[in-house]
Design a protein around this ligand. Structure first.
Ligand code: BGC
Length: 396
């Protein structure tokens, strides 16, 4: 269903519906405005929302795939840069070249983030067949995952911040999954320089659900080159090793003494090319980390990772209610896609920190369950916080 909110119904007070020249752009309040991003091949219009906070952080999100198209934050010198990979036009996300390399820039991922072995799982005595769209495996929800559907978007501006509620109804049987899944994802940009992402879903039948967000960051600015000098801390004592097709073996392996030990801040590139079977399989980091949960956090998001980029001084902190974090170091970026800055996105020029349950959980008895039952509500929250620290402040 294509959706356009009649502007007078939006609860943003007076002075709405100001038409800005040229493009169909409407002022929707101090901190959020909508414009047209393009049209899908079937003729449906796609919107772009520009959300800003009191400190000038600006995020642009489209209702196609819930994609975060851009995110401008301050560096330690007070300059803004766009720190996420992506394209300025819808066509960038629809092009053949993009679909062939399928990096899922900035998109919402569902029904199942990461891989399901052999595109198959059994549930309540039935075997379900899914698309094998990544070698022998199913990846990120299949041929037409949530990254490629049009979401309904509802902007809001409240005491917490400004943002968008994105809704999508995944029909019973869509991409081979059982049950009708009603999904809601809320992006909130706060004045405390946080981007909060709240996921909710309900289902009509038991089904696996593992939602995530696939933004690639480069804290020096998208298009500025390698991310290998970013210093990464991951709050995890263990990770889940994979086989050569990137399916977890089922083992939960301590990170101690391996290149997967990021408990102390370490440059992403420091050990990435070390002879290590796991790094060979991923062509770098492409692994799920088993997050350590600070018990004081209760049900609230707990610190999962922190990244500091020394030249810009930008810091990204990730907190989540999830048990896993997929750290992907952009190994499959191959310089074939040209992004917003006009630069091609080369090998390891962006990284993703995807908060989620563990890959292939529907086939792994010892992993926390990802099955959502009718009558239950799937809830998950991840908060990305943006700040800066200069080299002097960190003593490096
Ligand atoms: C996966 C990678 C994959 C990338 C883009 C990540 O979540 O772990 O293996 O290449 O998404 O599809």
């Amino acid at each position: 269903m294509s959706w356009i909110t009649p502007l007078p119904q939006l609860a943003f007070g007076a002075g709405l519906a100001v038409l800005i020249t040229g493009v169909a752009q409407a002022q929707m309040g101090e901190s959020i405005e909508r414009s047209t991003f393009g049209q899908l091949p079937d003729g449906r219009d796609v919107d772009l929302y520009r959300i800003t906070n009191a400190n000038g952080i600006e995020m642009r999100v489209t209702n196609y795939g819930g994609i975060i198209v851009s995110l401008r934050t301050l560096d330690a010198q007070g300059e803004f840069d766009d720190i996420v990979l992506g394209f300025d036009s819808l066509d960038g996300y629809l092009s053949d070249a993009y679909r062939k390399s399928n990096p899922y820039f900035g998109a919402l991922i569902g029904r199942y983030g990461n891989r399901i072995a052999g595109g198959q799982f059994s549930l309540n005595g039935e075997t379900y067949e899914l698309a094998t769209n990544n070698g022998p495996n199913h990846l990120h929800g299949g041929d037409k995952g949530f990254n490629r559907v049009l979401w309904q978007a509802k902007p809001f501006d409240n005491h917490e911040g400004a943002g968008l509620v994105l809704s999508y109804v995944s029909a019973d049987g869509e991409e081979g999954y059982p049950g009708r899944l009603d999904v809601q994802v809320t992006y909130t940009l706060t004045d405390a320089n946080e981007l909060a992402i709240d996921y909710r879903a309900t289902t009509s039948e038991a089904t696996p659900v593992n939602l995530t967000q696939h933004t690639y960051f480069n804290l020096e600015g998208e298009g500025s080159g390698s991310i290998l000098d970013h210093r990464l801390m991951i709050n995890a004592d263990a990770f889940t090793p994979v086989d050569e097709t990137l399916i977890p073996t089922g083992e939960i392996r301590p990170v101690a003494g391996t290149p997967f030990d990021f408990r102390e801040p370490t440059a992403i590139g420091a050990r990435i090319d070390r002879g290590n079977r796991q790094l060979e399989f991923g062509q770098g980091y492409d692994h799920n980390f088993v997050l350590r949960r600070d018990s004081a956090a209760g049900d609230d998001p707990a610190l999962a990772a922190r990244v500091w980029e020394p030249d810009s001084g930008r810091v990204l902190e990730v907190a989540t209610t999830e048990s896993g974090l997929q750290f992907y170091s952009g190994n499959f970026l191959a310089g074939t896609l040209v992004g917003k800055s006009g630069e091609s996105y080369k090998h390891r020029s962006g990284f993703a920190l995807e908060t989620q349950h563990f890959p292939d959980s529907p086939n792994q008895a010892n992993f926390p369950s990802t099955i959502l039952e009718p009558g239950e509500t799937y809830r998950s929250r991840t908060v990305y916080t943006f700040s800066t620290r200069s080299r002097e402040e960190t003593g490096q």
